[in-house]
Design a protein around this ligand. Structure first.
Ligand SMILES: NC(=O)c1ccc[n+]([C@@H]2O[C@H](COP(=O)([O-])OP(=O)(O)OC[C@H]3O[C@@H](n4cnc5c(N)ncnc54)[C@H](O)[C@@H]3O)[C@@H](O)[C@H]2O)c1
Length: 387
């Protein structure tokens, strides 16, 4: 039995109608650190922002930054061989850190130490220790740090959060989350996602961070307490299954991870994530509450997107009913534009950060805990030092 869900949808209308109030004034001077694949999306969005200009760029690979800005037809950009020279020589309002995971921490910490606001790509970094150092640098600097979780700006993600926060499910006690692809180890432009020295972590960090954010953000980011984790690399290491057999020998990260996490407040989080598997999906996202349950169907190619329609399972006057929550089409600016806009607005107004490190450090702590537990072969405690 399905209910008419218009009344529920109406509650979320205001989410789509939110608008940034862009004040006139001088343009914000922005630098791009790392001019690879995702920097393209940053560049396209910055071009849509009337109050920002890209004045500098850096990449470790000789000639890469020059080719990048030429492709985007952006002129008069000063180019540097690494984040360090860029930050030493420029007076910037903000940087986008678009480097591979292994250099997220050093670039972000250096930028914050130089008094520059940072939009850092996801995952936050590789280890919890790095995340702690990033947050310390942020606190000391008083600058804005936002982490690049653009699915947060999807009205459907915001709806998930509203459903939970409005109390539609009652007290949440169990969450199943994750996602994956039958074959989808990301090597479109080289090996930076699969080599240990550049990526540090595989599917666990790359797409795992999104599924963790989807549910943790919805339930208010409770503190993680313990974790039992597992990770594997069967597909990445196999010449038979790898989409690029020549990469099997250098594959140095996980392509699958699973975990059982205890969160503060008595919530259990059951998680699995895959870049590759002999299965179409590792399951839908399920949030069990004492009054109702929410099912968020998985998508074919998980990248932090919401499959639909979502359903709330609950009892009405003694009958077990299902309320269908249709997918809301994303009207207006794309998610990347919203991510960049929200960051620039926070820079202009002094905050708060749209995707704060105080939340994402818990996300990183779970990723770190899964890695440690998998390596030790037992449950581990998650200890986040006071910062
Ligand atoms: N938000 C999203 O939708 C999304 C999508 C894809 C990738 N990402 C994230 O973006 C990051 C980058 O991914 P990518 O696919 O663009 O990687 P990439 O390998 O294509 O590009 C990264 C670039 O950073 C450069 N670099 C590394 N350290 C540097 C330093 N210290 N100074 C200057 N340049 C440096 C590298 O030389 C490289 O060119 C990853 O962390 C990834 O998880 C996010």
């Amino acid at each position: 039995m399905a209910n008419n869900s218009d009344a529920i949808l109406d509650k979320f209308k205001e989410i789509q109608e939110e608008k940034s109030d862009i004040k006139a004034g001088r343009k914000l001077k922005v630098g791009i650190i790392g001019t690879g694949w995702i920097a393209d999306a940053h560049m396209r969005s910055y071009k849509n922002m009337p109050d920002a200009e890209i004045v500098a760029g850096a990449d470790l690979i000789d000639g890469k930054a020059a080719a990048f800005f030429k492709k985007h037809e952006v002129e008069n950009v000063r180019l540097y061989p690494s984040h360090k020279e860029l930050l030493d020589n420029e007076e910037l309002d903000a940087v986008s850190v678009c480097t591979y995971n292994a250099t997220h921490a050093e670039c972000t910490i250096y930028a914050l130490q130089k008094g520059v606001n940072v939009l850092l790509e996801k995952p936050m970094c590789v280890t919890l220790d790095e995340a702690v150092e990033i947050v310390k640098a942020e606190k000391k600097s008083g600058k804005i740090l936002s982490i690049g979780f653009q699915p947060r700006f999807d009205p459907n993600m915001q709806m998930i959060k509203k459903i939970v926060q409005n109390g539609e499910l009652g007290e949440v006690y169990y969450i199943q989350t994750g996602g994956g692809r039958r074959r989808g180890i990301p090597t479109p432009f080289g090996t930076s996602f699969i080599e240990k020295k550049t990526a540090g972590i595989g599917a666990l960090g790359d797409i795992g961070c999104y599924s963790l954010d989807m549910v943790l953000n919805a339930v208010g980011y409770p503190k993680p307490l313990t974790v039992t984790g597992f990770k594997s690399d069967f597909f990445g290491k196999s010449k038979k299954y790898s989409n690029k057999p020549e990469y099997a020998d250098i594959f140095g990260v996980d392509d699958f991870a699973a975990a059982f996490v205890r969160l503060e407040g008595g919530i259990i989080l059951d998680f699995r994530i895959a870049w590759a598997m002999h299965m179409d999906t590792p399951g839908d996202t399920l949030i069990f509450g004492k009054h109702a349950g929410l099912r968020i169907p998985s998508t074919d190619c998980w990248n932090g997107s919401v499959g639909g329609p979502m359903k709330i399972y609950h009892d009405v006057a003694g009958s077990q009913v299902e309320t269908v929550i249709p997918i809301i089409p994303n009207k207006g600016p794309g998610l990347f534009d919203r991510k960049i806009r929200s960051f620039l607005d926070a820079v202009r107004t002094g905050g708060p950060s749209p995707v704060p490190s105080s939340q994402i450090i818990y996300n990183q702590a779970i990723i770190d805990g899964i890695s440690r537990s998998a390596e030790l072969g037992r449950e581990v405690e998650i200890v986040i030092p006071a910062i």
